[in-house]
Structure formats: C-alpha cells, structure tokens
Design a binder for this molecule. Structure first.
Ligand SMILES: CC(=O)N[C@H]1[C@@H](OP(=O)(O)OP(=O)(O)OC[C@H]2O[C@@H](n3ccc(=O)[nH]c3=O)[C@H](O)[C@@H]2O)O[C@H](CO)[C@@H](O)[C@@H]1O
Ligand SMILES: C=C(OP(=O)(O)O)C(=O)O
Length: 439
C-alpha cells in the first residue's frame, strides 16, 4: 500500500502544552464563503490540512487569488470569478466541495458541481441542500453533476428536513445575497456553523439567531472584505482529551474554546475522565481512575451523538477507544453514519472487549490492555482513534493510509512527538533515501 504510514511505539505518557488547530469544518465553509465578496479577505488560524489544500486549489481554478501569507494565514481575493468546469477528482476528495454551491449560485447565478466526496462512513445524503436551494428560488437538477440556477435568489421561510451542517451552511451563504429576508428553521448550530455566520457578519451580512436552530438573514446587494480568525477545533480538543486519558498523560490543551465544550466534557466525564478548566485551557491530569459512571440504579450508561449542542458524531470513534481503557461497561450509540463503527474490529484485534451489536451500536467493556498491531486508517476519526489505541498499546503499531488522519489533523505526528510520543511518519510513495514530509 502506498501513502502515509505511521510507525508508533506505544506506552509513552505525554506531558506538556498543545494548542488545537483551527476548526477544519469551520475553515472549509469560510474559505468557500470568501467567494461571496469581490473584496479581499484575510483568514487567520487556518489549519494546514489536506482538505483545506484541496479547497484552495478549487478556489484558484475559479479565478480567485488564494495565497498563504503566513503559516496559518490565507489571503483570498475573488475579484472576479470564472464559472469553469470544476475538477471532478478534486471535488470527490472532499465533502466540503459542495460548499461552493451556495456562494457560486449567489454570486454568479448558476453552478455545475461534480458530486462531493469526504469520509466513507456510510451514505451521505445531499437532499437537504437541494431542498434549501429550491425554496430560495433556484432550479435544481441532479445528473452526473449537480446543477443549480437562479437569476436572483429570493428570501423565504425555509424549513430544513434535517439539521444538516453543510446544507445549513450552503443555505446561509446563498441567503446573505438573496433578495429580502430568509428564515432558516431546523438549522444546524454546530460551532463551525456559528463560526461561518460570524464571518459573514464580519463581511457585513445581517444574521440573527446565531447559535440557535432558527437563523434570520436580511439579504444584501453585496458584501465587503474582512480579516477573520477561525475558532479552535473542538473535535481535535475532544480527541486530545481521549488521548491524554488513555495514555496517562499530563496535558494542557491551551486556548481550547471551553464555551463549546460542555457536552464533550460531560461525555468524557461519563467515562470517568476528569478535565479541569483553567481560563480557556483544558487540563487532563495523570493518575485518573477512569471508572465509567453507571446510570441511576447501576444501569449501563450510554454515549450517543445528536445534533449540536449534544455530543458530536465526529467524536464517537474517540469515545469508543477511550472506553476500552475505562473500568465498567458503556453503550456507544452512533446514529448518523452506517459504517463509522466498523473500525472496532481493529480494536478487537488489539485486545479490546467490544461487541458490535449492529452498525450503529457497540458495547465496550474495559479496561483491557491493548497490543500493538498492523492497522489501516479507514477515515479521519477512526484513524485518530487507532492512533490513540496505538499510543496506549504495548509495543509497536503500524498505521497505513494515515493520509486519512492528515485530512483533518495538522502535523499530528510532529506535535505529539514534541510532547513525548514516538510516531515515525513515512511517505511510502517516496524512495527510502528521498523521504521527507509531503503533507
Ligand atoms: C465538512 C463538514 O462539516 N462535515 C461534517 C458535516 O457533514 P455533513 O454536513 O455532510 O453532515 P450532515 O449534517 O448533512 O448529515 C448528518 C445528519 O444527521 C443528523 N444527525 C446528527 C447527529 C445525530 O446523532 N443524529 C443525526 O441524525 C444531522 O442533524 C444531520 O442532519 O456534519 C457531520 C455531522 O455533524 C459531520 O460528521 C461532518 O464532519
Ligand atoms: C466526517 C468528517 O469529515 P467530512 O464531512 O469532511 O468527510 C469528519 O470531519 O469527521
């Protein structure tokens, strides 16, 4: 298998301070939304991850200038946009390519978009995007490509059939340049949806209800430029909490964005992981008992994902691996994606006691001592969960297809090695004497 391989020596507790990267799922819609204005935009705290690089390439192909003026600072200027046939292979690499639809429709009146890709974690419907655009007055058509057309979008009262994250973002981006007022009901309200809304406000958009499931948008003729800082990635913070807990580390997660972490902390607390809050930092201390807290009457507790502000779906794989090191039994119920939990067979091979009840539910009974193994990363979050398992396992593990992990976690090997981990990153596509970072 070619691609990125991690070779991990397990059993090393980490110590020190780590800062989470900017939120992947905020950076992506915000970069796409920069197409809504012909004025310059400067984005700071942008994560340098593969999904961002792919979206930046798509923006450039549309004629927008997009240049890195600092390690995490991206300057975008979409003075003029050429509506071109977008690179289908590039669109298929990322889920976020669908986020080009709202801005291009609003700014250019039409868009022809190859289907998006993203994590292969089960069926991922796009119906809600179509519903929203149609209600805003667009003609929609799905064949080999998704085609949306509208001379001018019209604000209206839109009720989304589910609180889809990217569909809410697409509808919001379309509505800020629509004629009149749009009300978006049953909207998603994740931190990244809020971050996008705040960015649009910085561009001059008028949006009420940010952080709730009803957004009211007064459409504008045009938007200005802005400088905007992307918020910390709460999914990375959750991943680091799980990692610190199972490796017995002493970790300070600095500038973690604690206002968005209440339910995440509650989920880990149920597993017996204690996180301390100091200002905007999260501290995970060593020597914790990691005892799963039963429900009243001693019943088996449950961690389940639900739309925000409940426990996020993107942390379910991390919850599973954390639970393998905690004493007691827990049900993990992932409601969204049909194949996200299949990776547990790899944890079972490492020694974990897990019953896969059906595609959506696993029961974990811990703690178990994990053994190093040869693994393949199926998706971003399962990949990170396997990296966490490898770091707390006895002996050496190899994770192939770590490219998946790097879709969402910036320089994770270097950052964790600086805290005491032992992760060797190998680009297997490159001859041994010429190997170096190619992220
Ligand atoms: C680029 C980007 O932003 N990708 C994220 C986005 O994908 P994406 O926008 O593709 O996912 P959607 O929100 O459209 O799809 C998930 C659907 O399932 C619903 N739902 C959610 C949780 C739950 O426990 N039960 C349930 O039914 C959601 O409300 C939503 O309607 O949102 C997903 C759900 O957070 C995340 O996994 C992805 O990382
Ligand atoms: C599923 C994810 O990403 P995407 O929607 O970009 O595939 C994720 O971030 O866990």
């Amino acid at each position: 298998m070619t691609g990125i391989r991690y070779v991990i020596e397990g059993g090393r507790p980490l110590a020190g301070t780590i800062r989470p990267a900017g939120n992947k799922n905020a950076a992506l819609p915000i970069i796409a939304a920069s197409l809504l204005t012909d004025r310059p935009v400067r984005l700071t705290n942008v994560p340098r991850i593969r999904d961002v690089e792919a979206l930046v390439r798509l923006l450039r192909s549309l004629g927008a200038a997009a240049d890195w003026s600092g390690p995490h600072t991206l300057d975008i200027h979409a003075r003029e946009i050429q509506v071109v046939d977008l690179d289908a292979e590039l669109c298929a690499r990322i889920r976020a390519s669908i986020l080009l639809a709202g801005p291009l429709l609003a700014r250019c009146g039409h868009v022809d978009l190859p289907p998006p890709g993203g994590d292969v974690i089960g069926r991922r419907r796009v119906d809600t995007h179509f519903l929203a655009f149609e209600q805003l007055g667009a003609t929609v058509d799905s064949g080999d490509t998704y085609r949306f057309t509208a001379a001018r979008l019209r604000g209206t009262d839109v009720f989304l059939d589910e609180p889809s994250v990217t569909a809410t973002e697409n509808a919001l981006m379309a509505a800020v340049l629509a004629q009149g007022t749009t009300i978006l009901r049953n909207a998603a309200s994740e931190p990244h949806v809020q971050d996008l809304a705040h960015f649009l406000v910085a561009l001059g958009a008028r949006i009420d209800g940010i952080g709730t499931n009803t957004l009211t948008i007064q459409g504008a003729e045009n938007l200005s430029g802005a400088t905007y800082r992307i918020g910390p990635d709460h999914i990375e913070v959750g991943s680091l909490i799980g990692l610190a807990a199972v490796t017995g580390s002493d970790l300070r997660i600095a500038e973690a964005g604690v206002q968005h972490l209440r339910m995440i902390r509650m989920g880990f607390d149920r597993l017996g992981v204690e996180c301390l809050v100091e200002g905007d930092d999260i501290l995970v201390r060593p020597g914790q008992r990691l005892q799963i807290k039963p429900d009243l009457g001693g019943h088996v507790p449950k961690i389940e994902d639900q739309p925000w502000p409940a426990f996020p779906a993107d942390l379910m794989s991390i919850a599973v691996v954390t639970a393998t090191q905690c004493e007691g039994m827990v049900l993990i119920f992932e409601k969204m994606f049909e194949s996200r939990l299949f990776f547990v067979d790899k944890l079972i091979a490492m020694g974990a006691r897990i019953v896969l009840c059906d595609p959506h539910r696993v029961i974990v009974s811990g703690p178990t001592r994990l053994r190093g193994a040869r693994l393949t990363s199926p998706d971003i979050r399962a990949g990170m969960a396997l990296l966490i398992a490898a770091m707390c396992a006895e002996g050496r593990s190899i994770i192939d297809n770590a490219d998946q992990i790097e879709r969402g976690y910036e320089n994770i090997d270097t950052r964790l090695n600086a805290l005491g981990a032992s992760i060797e990153r190998i680009d297997t596509a490159v001859a041994p004497d010429r190997r170096q970072r190619s992220g």
